[in-house]
Design a binder for this molecule. Structure first.
Ligand code: BGC
Length: 765
């Protein structure tokens, strides 16, 4: 690996073959033979593509990334990878080979036609070789490379991949292969975007789920085998099959089944999500697609022939996601809450793929800013997402409009004809995400890097969206955003009942608060004063418009109370009254939540902080609809997009928007960790830890563990024989405070240094 900047002499190259907005082209194979007098002392390869690439040297794959070079705001920045390939080269003839995929660059992106960024994949590689005698030479992509099509007839992230094994090219990336029939590549002009070393984690293959046997065929009319992975994933399937030459096996994917046992694929919308493999007819054939992925639990294999003409010898689910190592663990005495935790983690795996996406299955899979900010705190506990978010916030800066607007989707795709501004709670990811990453990892760089972008959006709001400190004021901003997305309390289908200007102004206040705190951390005293002053004015405007003197909120939705309380927008003396009214609303709703994307992450925190822990537990343990455990009770293995994605009364929700793998409502994971188990940040980067277990509901024990930069932090509590037993672990170089629930006391120390601590608490008399 090298850190010196690459001085690029290589040229961008491509195949002369090109698809159209609606038609695909076969994946190009590229090769370049070259000779070395002796095995090199050192060989470094810098490589990237617009589109996707897989690389081979002398028949050996280079690296284990999937979907390299990844997805960024390609019009501004193109990441490249660097590999030390010394060990793959030898004296004599060597071959550099690459296969290019369409990926985000020229395949389908969301609802759009193909070729969103460009018409065909392009490739750039530069191999820098140092010989044992110290001489250097460079092999770069240029006009001397040759190209051919091969077995990959089409590939698309949304539509799937079609592979015809009869067109395999043999040992095409090995020396001695005759490429006489191959064509010359075309040399392309270099794009204007910056070439930068990749900073975010690459997508890798993770779990492999072997499915031993097809599902029993107990439904009439189903004749081809269906396989159940037992888990909704993002990834693909590797098959082992045997059958006659020329027979094509199709693979269809679904997250759930229809009542008649068939695959429910309607919610995939325009994503065909189908792979095809055409047999060469030479015994057992093993295949995994290269340039596609699907969101699914079930896969059906079918072919145009009799069921017994093909033998399916093996089906294996391959889980794909960005390489964000697992760091956190939560468990408790309640089996359904443990399953909910697993669903949250699988929701994260399924949607942290290059960018934080909304869903992995339908023709969307976009970096929705709102979804990302809602879930980031939970995500940062279960996995190390520091570099993942550094990279995505760079994408955000690259996608920011000239006027300062932050789009609803990053990288910017302009999907669904939406306005440039992401609006309340969506664009505000620009504040919540860097601030949260700073809290979790103590990382000031992310604040430094993002501060200017944050300031520019504040200026944009001031100019375009705010009237008298009210953001999304209907007189100024008739659109106003997505509201409390998918809350069940609205009259519209998707926008909940909480007024858009209330959501806007609450988040505007939070943005000003984060601006002030960030300026404080960065030592910008004057800025800090300015943002603090603005914050005060927004809070006052919020109170004037939405808070009655008695502490009632002018809109009677749970989310309006949650936001007012969570962002400290109600005067201190009426807070208890405001909180009591929230509890009444929940009670009126049969002890069910009524919040959408915006209110849900804070709901239980607010209840706990205002002295209503019992109500928080009632909601957490609620099993009837709508609740977190309702999908769990109905067999969910990931988090559903909608509380009512499926109900016994109504069946499936509107197929136009019904993902079974959307992580937003999984944001409750944060509360389970910080409050049920009781592992909380007291100072950024867990330099100080707060243990604040709050046992409640039917729970008798809970635990949380976190692999932090300083080492393992853990807490486990159990209620046993009238006492509360705690096991705590504090890593070197940090300290912790134990805050017991108010009804418990201990004679032991509650200021804890590094090491293991066992503490017993007894009820206060
Ligand atoms: C996406 C979201 C997103 C929303 C914005 C949906 O289509 O799936 O999760 O935040 O649109 O309104």
């Amino acid at each position: 690996m090298t850190s010196t900047p690459v001085s690029w002499t290589a040229q961008w190259i491509a195949s002369p073959v090109c698809g159209g907005p609606r038609t695909t082209a076969p994946a190009p194979y590229l090769r370049k033979p070259f000779s070395l007098a002796s095995a090199p002392k050192r060989a470094i390869l810098h490589v990237t593509a617009l589109g996707l690439y897989d690389l081979e040297i002398n028949g050996q794959p280079v690296g284990d990334s999937v979907f390299a070079p990844g997805w960024t705001e390609y019009r501004v920045r193109i990441p490249y990878q660097t590999h030390d390939v010394t060990g793959l080269l030898k004296a004599g003839e060597n071959v550099l080979g690459a296969i290019l995929g369409d990926g985000w660059y020229c395949g389908h992106v969301a609802e759009k036609n193909r070729q969103f960024y460009g018409d065909r994949p392009r490739f750039l590689a530069q191999l820098e070789i140092t010989g044992t005698d110290g001489t250097t030479c460079t092999i770069g992509s240029d006009a001397t490379w040759k190209t051919s099509t091969g077995p990959i007839l089409e590939n698309d992230l949304l539509m799937g991949e079609s592979y015809d094994a009869r067109h395999e090219l043999g040992a095409w990336s090995n020396p001695g292969y005759s490429d006489a029939a191959w064509q010359s590549v075309v040399v392309e002009s270099a794009p204007a975007a910056l070439l930068v070393p990749q900073t975010g984690p690459a997508v890798k293959r993770h779990e492999r789920i072997r499915v031993p046997a097809p599902m029993p065929n107990d439904h009439a009319g189903i004749i081809f085998p269906r396989f159940d992975l037992g888990q909704n994933i993002a990834g693909r399937v590797k098959i082992s099959v045997k059958g006659p030459r020329g027979m094509t096996i199709g693979l269809r994917f679904a997250e759930v089944l229809n009542p008649n046992g068939t695959l429910y694929t309607e919610n995939l919308r325009g994503a065909r999500a189908t792979d095809n493999y055409t047999l060469k007819g030479e015994g057992t054939e093993i295949w995994e697609p290269r340039f596609t992925f699907h969101g699914f639990r079930y896969v059906e294999l079918y072919w145009n022939g009799k069921p017994d003409q093909v033998t399916v010898e093996g089906v294996e689910g391959i889980v794909l996601h960005s390489d964000t190592p697992r760091t956190g663990h939560f468990a408790c005495s309640h089996p359904l809450l443990n399953q909910l935790t697993q669903n949250i983690i699988w929701g994260q795996k399924g949607n942290f793929l290059e960018v934080p996406t909304d869903c992995p299955q339908r023709d969307e899979r976009l970096g929705w800013t709102g979804d990302a900010q809602v879930f980031i705190r939970t995500a940062g506990f279960f996995m190390d997402v520091q570099s993942f978010f550094h990279k995505w916030l760079q994408d955000m800066r690259d996608s920011q409009g000239i006027a300062g607007d932050i789009p609803p989707i990053v990288p910017l795709t302009g999907s669904f004809g939406l306005p440039g501004d992401g609006g309340p709670a969506w664009a505000d990811a620009a504040y919540i995400c860097p601030w949260t990453i700073y809290q979790i990892y103590g990382d000031q760089n992310i604040l430094r890097d993002h501060y200017e972008c944050m300031g520019r959006y504040m200026a944009y709001l001031d100019k375009e969206k705010v009237l008298d400190c009210i953001r999304a004021h209907p007189d100024k901003d008739p659109w106003g955003g997505f509201g409390d997305w998918l809350a069940l309390d609205g009259s519209g289908k998707t926008i909940g009942g909480t007024p858009i200007d209330l959501i806007g102004t609450a988040h505007y206040a939070n943005n000003a608060d984060i601006m002030a705190k960030t300026a404080g951390v960065l030592g910008k005293k004057e800025d800090e004063r300015r943002w603090r002053d603005l914050h005060g004015r927004i809070v006052q405007a919020f109170r004037n418009r939405y808070v009655t003197p008695a502490g009632l909120i002018a809109a009677g939705t749970q989310t309006s109370y949650v936001l007012a309380l969570h962002f400290n927008l109600v005067p201190e003396d009426v807070r208890p009254a405001t909180a009591r009214q929230l509890v009444r609303l929940i009670d009126k709703n049969g002890w069910h939540l009524g919040t959408g994307f915006v209110g849900t992450p804070y709901l239980l925190h607010v209840l706990e902080h205002t002295g209503h822990l019992d109500v928080a537990y009632k909601l957490l343990e609620q099993e009837s609809f709508p609740s977190w455990l309702f999908p769990v009770k109905n067999g969910a293995t990931t988090i559903w997009e909608r509380w009512d994605g499926w109900t016994p009364e109504k069946g499936f929700q509107d197929k136009g928007m019904n993902s079974f793998n959307h992580y937003a409502y999984g944001a409750v994971g944060d509360w389970m960790v910080s409050t049920v188990a009781g592992l909380e940040i007291a100072e950024p980067g867990y330099r100080k830890i707060l243990f604040k277990p709050r046992p409640g509901g039917s729970l008798t024990k809970a635990e949380a563990k976190l692999q932090s930069a300083s080492g393992q932090i853990s807490i486990a509590w159990e209620k046993k024989e009238g006492a509360l037993h705690l096991d705590l672990e504090v890593p070197p170089g940090t300290s912790a405070t134990l805050s017991l629930p108010k009804e418990w006391q201990t004679r032991e120390k509650t200021d804890l240094g590094p090491g293991q601590h066992r503490i017993k608490a007894t009820p206060k008399s």
